[in-house]
Design a protein around this ligand. Structure first.
Ligand SMILES: Cc1cc2nc3c(=O)[nH]c(=O)nc-3n(C[C@H](O)[C@H](O)[C@H](O)COP(=O)(O)OP(=O)(O)OC[C@H]3O[C@@H](n4cnc5c(N)ncnc54)[C@H](O)[C@@H]3O)c2cc1C
Length: 401
């Protein structure tokens, strides 16, 4: 029984814990936050490729029980023209399809499943330092405590401390130039259909929403901004300030953006980051996974699904290969090409979201053909993202060293 410390209780940490336990390891999870994640963040879409990875760890019900199906997204221009309806993958044999879920609820459900299987979850444990020795790793936390295991998984997100500690020079995640604002609004009177998923390439900003059947409108907006939002900005600009900034950005756009934003409850504001290709994802005893190892811009809509796939593949490598180093190296080699491709797709999608007046004309001319390509299954089809499957029964062979 190999005691494995997992740093971070997001999607990557939770799914890795479930998968490692299934592979016969003894995972233990350490999360920086003390409180329940129930109310953190806005919403995200878990695509069918991610859900298929949850099957591998017998946890798909954790997600199928929340949110609602998102089989397709309708795209519009800010002038009101509908561009296309693009499928977000097909269905699994039992009918499971891509779902939109509240982020906090997703994290809470996955952590509940981890606890239900008897895997310890320690909260209020913010990793500060690591000591890696020949036979194990000790993690030191901000509260003065420590834990020692034979292995350590860094699942601590885009600003990973584990990454900083093991890869010093490649530690930072660059800001992509887009900020995200999101929230929840009452659907009544907004003229949106229940279950609808809509995205709008506006004149100055991007808008997306998902209409919960019988409930709220879940929405987000992307604004272009040279500098990332700082803690100071957040202290000085309250929700009313952000709402009026968004009202100005969407002033000349048709569609629901302005009304949805105006009706919204509390807002979440964050920056978009990427973790571009790292030279290596591991040391002898420590490995990175999820956003800590590779983060595409949120525009890819794949970070959570990629984290789920990662968790399963990492556990398969540790299950099937004779040494930890071989397992970590093989995990990196198996996952890296897909991570690179998804990151490149995210960067392309991100580039179209907030553009200047000249680029906008070019973009608006290109978008109909591009989205028709996404919709039609041709050269620009995104099927390679959604049709990817990881299966627990696949045996892993060591990657060439
Ligand atoms: C606005 C936005 C929209 C997005 N939309 C989508 C979408 O629709 N679909 C999709 O698939 N992806 C989406 N993503 C990306 C997705 O959220 C991430 O890729 C995914 O959450 C990565 O999971 P993770 O577990 O690797 O990291 P995280 O979810 O960031 O989890 C990391 C965890 O580690 C903890 N932690 C951090 N530092 C420490 C420390 N030092 N010690 C202990 N714990 C620590 C954190 O508190 C956190 O709980 C979006 C991202 C953003 C920002």
């Amino acid at each position: 029984m190999t005691r494995t410390l997992i740093i971070g209780g997001g999607v990557a940490g939770a799914v890795t814990a479930l998968a490692l336990a299934k592979a016969g390891y003894t995972p233990e999870l350490f999360e920086a936050y003390e409180t329940s994640p129930e109310h953190r963040g806005s919403y995200l879409t878990v695509a069918v490729n991610g859900l298929s990875a949850l099957y591998a760890v017998d946890a798909v019900d954790a997600v199928n029980g929340i949110g609602f199906a998102a089989p397709s997204i309708a795209f519009y221009l800010g002038d009101g023209r509908k561009l296309n309806e693009v499928k977000v993958g097909g269905s699994l044999p039992d009918g499971t399809a891509t779902r939109s879920v509240r982020r906090g609820e997703l994290h809470a459900r996955l952590l509940d499943e981890v606890r239900r299987r008897g895997i310890p979850v320690h909260t209020g444990k913010r990793l500060k330092a690591l000591d890696e020795k020949k036979d194990g790793v000790t993690a030191y936390f901000a509260d003065g405590t420590s834990a020692t295991g034979e292995l350590l998984v860094g699942a601590d997100g885009v600003h990973s401390t584990v990454r900083r500690l093991i890869l010093r020079g490649s530690a930072t995640a660059p800001y992509t130039g887009l900020i995200n604002v999101g929230g929840f609004s009452p659907a009544a009177g907004l003229g949106l259909a229940p279950g609808e998923h809509r995205m709008v390439f506006g004149r100055r900003a991007f808008f997306g929403c998902a209409v919960e059947p019988g409930g709220d409108v879940w929405w987000f907006a992307n604004l272009g901004r040279k500098e990332a939002v700082t803690r100071d900005d957040l202290e000085h600009l309250d929700d009313a300030g952000w709402k009026s900034r968004l009202a100005r950005a969407f002033a000349r756009d048709k569609g629901p953006a302005r009304a949805v934003v105006a009706a919204s409850g509390p807002l979440t504001v964050s920056n978009s980051y990427e973790v571009p290709d790292l030279p290596v994802w591991h040391t002898a005893r420590v490995v990175l996974t999820g956003d800590a190892a590779h983060a595409a811009s949120p525009a890819a809509g794949q970070g959570a699904s990629m984290a789920m796939e990662d968790g399963v593949v990492l556990a398969q490598c540790l299950r099937d290969l004779p040494t930890y180093e071989e397992a970590f190296r093989t995990f990196q080699e198996l996952r890296r090409p897909r991570a690179r491709r998804v990151t490149a797709q995210g960067a392309r999608a991100s580039k179209f979201k907030a553009v200047g007046p000249l680029q906008r004309r070019v973009r608006d001319r290109k978008l109909p053909a591009l989205l028709a390509g996404h919709a039609s299954g041709g050269e620009h089809s995104l099927a390679w993202i959604y049709e990817h499957r990881v299966s627990w029964d696949t045996r892993v062979e060591a990657a060439a060293g």
